[in-house]
Design a protein around this ligand. Structure first.
Ligand code: MN3
Length: 227
């Protein structure tokens, strides 16, 4: 099951039903986003991404975005809405924009990486990449450039547009779901907290190493879902 389903109202329904016995209807909050468990251990992506970076990134950074998102929507009419709804319709609220983006972006980041991955895509995704960029190598060059030229902190994305696949980047914790530019299917975190312990200021080295942990099966699944 996708981690994006965790924290939906349905996942806490049983607990809330019990709460409903104690409280008058309408006086309880059912929406709480949860920090997802990683689908692998913190050291699983070594040597490309080090264990300490993964642990801090997950338990501190992603956890903070999750908690701050819950605090931002608690007691408002945004409580109970899906993360996709919040990103598409409530990003005029800066706390939702920054922490909702941080929540979603990191959920996808953990899922599009896995040990024993790397290589190149196959099937329909490979064909789409060839059609949109010319070749897998040309796609990687475009993606690398987008990740390198994102000034300061942000993300680079591979996404689906009506015309085909695209590469783009976003600042801070923004993502393309906020303005509908594309449906992102692969995103790399280029905040320094994602790489500085191992690579120092060497963002390019981090990006090069990151290709070794991209899970193309998962990216292909996201491509199929987004069609
Ligand atoms: Mn991050």
């Amino acid at each position: 099951m996708s981690v994006f389903n965790q924290g939906s109202p349905h996942s806490t329904f049983d607990r809330c039903e019990r709460i409903d016995i104690l409280l008058p209807a309408g006086e309880f909050e059912i929406m709480s986003f949860e920090l997802p468990e990683l689908p692998y251990s913190y050291d699983a992506l070594e040597p490309h991404i080090d264990a300490l970076t993964m642990e801090i990134h997950h338990t501190k950074h992603h956890n903070a975005y999750t908690n701050n998102l819950n605090a931002a929507i608690e007691g408002t009419d945004m409580s109970g809405k899906s993360i996709e709804d919040l990103l598409a319709n409530h990003c005029d609220n800066n706390a939702v924009r920054n922490n909702g983006g941080g929540y979603w972006n990191h959920c996808q980041y953990w899922e599009v990486m896995s040990p024993s991955s790397g290589g190149s895509p196959s099937g329909a995704l490979a064909s789409a990449i060839d059609a949109s960029f010319g070749s897998f190598e040309e796609f990687k060059t475009a993606f690398h450039k987008a990740a390198m030229t994102r000034f300061g902190s942000g993300w680079a994305w591979l996404g689906i547009r009506e015309s085909g696949l695209c590469v783009c980047s976003s600042p801070n914790q923004d993502n393309p779901l906020m303005d509908g530019y594309c449906i992102p299917i692969l995103g790399i975190d280029v905040w320094e907290h994602a790489y500085y312990k191992k690579y120092g200021p060497g963002r390019a080295s981090y990006i090069e190493a990151w290709w070794n942990v991209v899970d193309w099966k998962e990216v292909s699944r996201r491509y199929a879902d987004g069609q």
